[in-house]
Design a protein around this ligand. Sequence first.
Ligand SMILES: CC(C)(COP(=O)(O)OP(=O)(O)OC[C@H]1O[C@@H](n2cnc3c(N)ncnc32)[C@H](O)[C@@H]1OP(=O)(O)O)[C@@H](O)C(=O)NCCC(=O)NCCS
Length: 153
Amino acid sequence: METVLRELTARDAREMADIHAQSFAPPYGTGGWPALEMATHTQKDTCCGVDVEGQLAAFIIISVAADQAEILTIATVIAARRTGLAREILRLSTAPLITRGVVDLFLEVAEDNAAAIALYRSTGFIPMGRRPAYYRRAGGRVAALTLSKKLSP
Ligand SMILES: CC(C)(COP(=O)(O)OP(=O)(O)OC[C@H]1O[C@@H](n2cnc3c(N)ncnc32)[C@H](O)[C@@H]1OP(=O)(O)O)[C@@H](O)C(=O)NCCC(=O)NCCS
């Protein structure tokens, strides 16, 4: 089935927040970002998503500044995981950045987030650094890994 990416607007903020809440509930985080914050991101960042059966199933938020871009978050609804949605969203949302002049793509990921790290490594991101005790967890803190990828035409 073809994956169709669409630009998200403030009208999608509630669904984005719902997916984020289930994605970053304890023990994987301390909760997601609220709908108001999602709405703000739709106004200032690149926010794209994929619908499955009429409902938002996965989305990405990318902050672009000159020739650098940072993936602020990416999440897939639990019921649709491991069906290739995140990989497709990454591919489809980052390709147009090249024509906007972006050359470096960055992100931070919690060191205990094996699924996300596997996704990024399989899509060409390489480790750059490590920030100890960066993310809060119910039982303490976990380091962030910083990863990057060069975008080339
Ligand atoms: C990480 C996340 C976005 C992956 O979304 P997804 O749509 O399930 O990912 P995909 O189906 O596109 O998987 C692509 C590849 O990523 C890797 N991957 C994804 N989930 C994985 C898992 N649970 N375990 C191991 N590898 C995994 C695999 O290499 C996979 O390819 P394969 O299925 O051909 O082996 C999803 O698990 C999620 O929403 N997690 C919670 C939010 C989050 O942690 N976001 C990242 C913040 S930095």
